[in-house]
Ligand binder design. Sequence first.
Ligand SMILES: [Zn+2]
Length: 599
Amino acid sequence: MARIPQHFIDELIARADIVEVIGARVQLKKAGREYKACCPFHNEKTPSFWVSPDKQFYHCFGCGKHGTVIGFLMDYDHLAFPEAVEELATRLGLEVPHEGGGESAARRGDEPLYTLMAQVARFYSENLLREARARDYLLGRGLTVETIERFGLGYAPNSWNELLRHFGGGDTERKRLADGGLIIERERGPLRDGERYYDRFRDRIMFPIRDARGRVIAFGGRIIATGEPKYLNSPETVLFHKGRELYGLWETRRAHPNLRQLLIVEGYMDTVRLHQSGVDYAVATLGTATTAEHFRRIFRLVPAVTFAFDGDRAGRAAAWRALLQALPEAREGREIRFLFLPEGHDPDTLVGAEGRTAFEERLKSAVPLSEYLVRELSEQSELGHADGRARFAESARPLFAKVPEGVYRELLLERLAQVVGLAPQRLEELWNPGRAAMVPATPVRRAAPRGGAGAGRGSLVRQAIVRLLHYPGIAGEVSATERAGLDASEEPGVELLREILDNLREQPAELPAQLIQRWAGREGNDSLQKLLEREEVITDAPQAAGELRAALVKLADQAAGRRLEALEAKSRAGGLAPGEFEEFQRLINRLGHREARGG
Ligand SMILES: [Zn+2]
C-alpha cells in the first residue's frame, strides 16, 4: 500500500511554522507566548482561538476545534490528508515521498472513477463533432472552436442508454457510472431486458467541471433548444461537492500563474464567453449561492473578488444573498465588490456586445461591499427623516454583527454612523447598550476539571500519557522491562498508553504535534488532544522522564499486586496450576523488594 512515510510527516510538522501557516489565513494577535484570533470555524466576536508555537498546535475554546498544522489545513482549506501534506511540503520546498510507490490508497481508490470521468468527457466531445445541431448552437452563441476545445465542451446524445452501452459493460462498470452520477437507477425496477439504469444527461451541451488539478469531476448539461430544466448538474458524488467547486477555476489558474482577482458569474456560458473575450479570470458557482467554502477557496487564491449579477430582480436577490455570505469574510486586505449589469444582459451577452475593454471598465466601477450594503439599506429606509435613519440603523445592526473584528469593521462602523448621522461610538452604544461600560473581554481559559490540575494529579495512566505527550522523546528512556510491566495492567486507558509507548519507541518523535498527528483519526485521539490542551506544570524533559518511569513502575506494581491476590485466593481454594507457584514466588519477591525499599 502506498503511503506517506511517518518520518516525513514528522519532519513537516517540525519544519512548518503553525503560526505562519494559520497567520496567512487568519489574523493572529500575539498574546503572551501564544497567538489568538477570532475562530475561523465558528462565529464569534471575542477571540477564543489560540495557536501555540511551543506545542505547534491550535485550539478553539469556543467550539472545541483543535489540531496540528496539517489538521488545520484539512479543516480550513478543506483538503484531504495527502493534499494538506502536499501543500505544506510545497511551501517548504520538499518533495513528498511515497512508500510502495504511486499515490495514497485513498486516492488510488478513486482513481478508476477519475479515469472514467475523463473518458466520458472525451466521449461527449466526440459526440459534439457528430451532432451538427449542438455544434451550430455553440458557434451561434459566439464560441470559437478553440474555446470549445479549451473548455472541453461536448454533447450528450439524445438517447436513454448511449453512455450506458459505451461504458457500462459489466456490473463494476455500471456501479462506477452510477458513482460518478452519470446514470440513474430506475425507480420502478429493471426493464424487461433486465436494464436497471438510464443515462442522466440526454441531448444536452456538456460542460466538464474540473477540480483544482484539472481532473474532470462532474458535468453541467445545458438544454439546446427549449425545455426543462435548462441546466442539469451532476449530483453530489465522492468527487464532486458543488458547494466548494467553481467552474472555470482550473482554466483561470492555468491562464494566470499570479492571479490577483476573480470575477464570479452565474453561468457556464458566461464563464466560457468571458474567457474567450480575454476576461480570463471569470469563474461560476454551480447552481448554488456562493458558500462560505467558496469564499475560503477564493481568498486563499486572491485578495480581490467581484460578483457580477444580472440587473433584474432575481439578480438583485442573488446579490443580496452573496452579500450576507460575504460579510463574515470581510476584512482589511480583502476586496469584495458587486457589479450590476444593465437589465436584460448577462455577462455572456454583454461582453459579446461590447468587448473586453468596455466590460473591464464596468468592472472598475463595481460597488464595494460596504457601499452596496449602505445603498440597499438606504433604499429601504427614508434617510431624510429621523425615523428612516433609525430604521436604517436597526437593519444594519445584524449585518454589521457578522463582520469580524478588525480595521475593516471599524471603517464600516464609521460609514454606517455617517449615514445615520451619529458618532460611531454612539451608534455602537445604541446597538450594544452597556457594552462600552464593560471591561474589554479577555478569553478565560477553561479550568482543568477538578482533581485534574497540576502535574502530579490524575490517574497513573494519565500522568504517564501527559508526560509522553509533552516530551515524546522521553519514550526512549523507558527500558524494555518497564514497558513489559505494563502488559499485565488493566487500568482504564492503559491500552492507549501502551500503544503510544510502542509507537514512540519504534519511531521516536520530539514534538507533541508529531504525536498528535500520528493519532489523528485513531482511537484515543480525542483524549490526547484534551490532555495536551490542559496547562500542565512539567518543567523539563529529564523531570518528565523520571516521572514517567515512576508511573510505569507503579502501574506494574499495581498489576502485580492484583495478580498476587488472585493467586493467593486460588491457592486457598484448591491449589495452583503448574507454573503458577513460580509466578507467585516471583511476585512476592518483586513486591517485597519494593516494600523493603520503601517504594
Ligand atoms: Zn471555534
